[in-house]
Design a protein around this ligand. Structure first.
Ligand code: 13P
Length: 249
């Protein structure tokens, strides 16, 4: 079983002072914690300050997105080498909010994840169906297409160096968490897809996180499922107390 990973996606929240306070409290609260990996993904504007606070700690820092070109005339974008230069080791790719509000396609997600790996960052690749897709019974079709679009053509070595996050869109920010059984069903499907793209050892090693209304109250039930290797947490990662409860158990 891979080591559990708990990642906090701070989204469009926190000015530098609040981000520094939160990072400092997490550092203190996770001192000596050896059983799980923890990552925080602050907004770009707080990345430098947060990497400074977390320097020398076991808590990793990630971007929430990146562009696939390293540099050039792409106003407003941030690249993999820029994130790495700030001390990031991680980056979220293909979050459903990027897909739905900013028109990100599976092809763009694939390019971003390759650019992340080229820059030495570990991508957390997000997939997940909308409510209407679940109701139509096409969840696996949607998730399968997202996975193939983003991961198709990667070598085993490249697959080993990424994390997948299953985030059903209907569960994000709604308080309507997937049941452990619903999560496990899709996680097992993701694992099967990974197996098709690689081999048994690689498919076992890739962490598959669950995301969508994760709280200290519901995380243990999810973590009991064999294919749930951690969580990508939004709202509950903005308070040290709740994120620490999630990560430390
Ligand atoms: P919430 O935990 O706020 O539902 O957000 C989940 C998410 O989108 C993490 O990336």
């Amino acid at each position: 079983m891979p080591r559990p990973l708990f990642a906090g996606n701070w989204k469009l929240n926190l000015l530098r002072a609040g981000a520094v306070d939160l990072a400092g409290a997490l550092r203190k609260g996770l001192e000596g914690e050896k059983n799980v990996d923890v990552v925080v993904c602050p907004p770009y504007t707080a990345l430098a300050a947060v990497t400074e606070v977390l320097k020398g700690s076991a808590i990793g820092v990630g971007g929430q997105d990146l562009y696939w070109q390293d540099s050039g005339a792409f106003t407003g974008e941030v690249s993999g080498p820029m994130l790495a230069d700030l001390g990031c080791r991680w980056v979220i790719v293909g979050h459903s909010e990027r897909r739905s509000y900013f028109g990100e396609t599976d092809e763009a997600v694939g390019k971003k994840l390759r650019a992340a790996q080229k820059a030495g960052l570990e991508p957390i690749v997000c997939v997940g169906e909308r409510l209407d897709e679940r109701e139509r019974g096409v969840t696996k079709e949607v998730v399968g297409r997202q996975l193939d679009g983003a991961l198709g053509g990667l070598t085993k070595d490249e697959l080993r160096k990424l994390t997948v996050a299953y985030e059903p869109v209907w569960a994000i920010g709604t308080g309507k968490v997937a049941t452990p059984e619903q999560a496990q069903e899709v996680h097992a499907f993701i694992r099967e897809r990974l197996l098709k793209l690689s081999d048994a050892a690689t498919a076992r090693e890739v962490r598959v996180l669950y995301g969508g209304s994760v709280t200290p109250e519901n995380v243990r039930g999810l973590m009991e499922k064999p294919d749930v290797n951690g969580a990508l947490v939004g709202g509950a990662s903005l308070k040290a107390d709740s994120f620490l409860k999630i990560a430390r158990g």
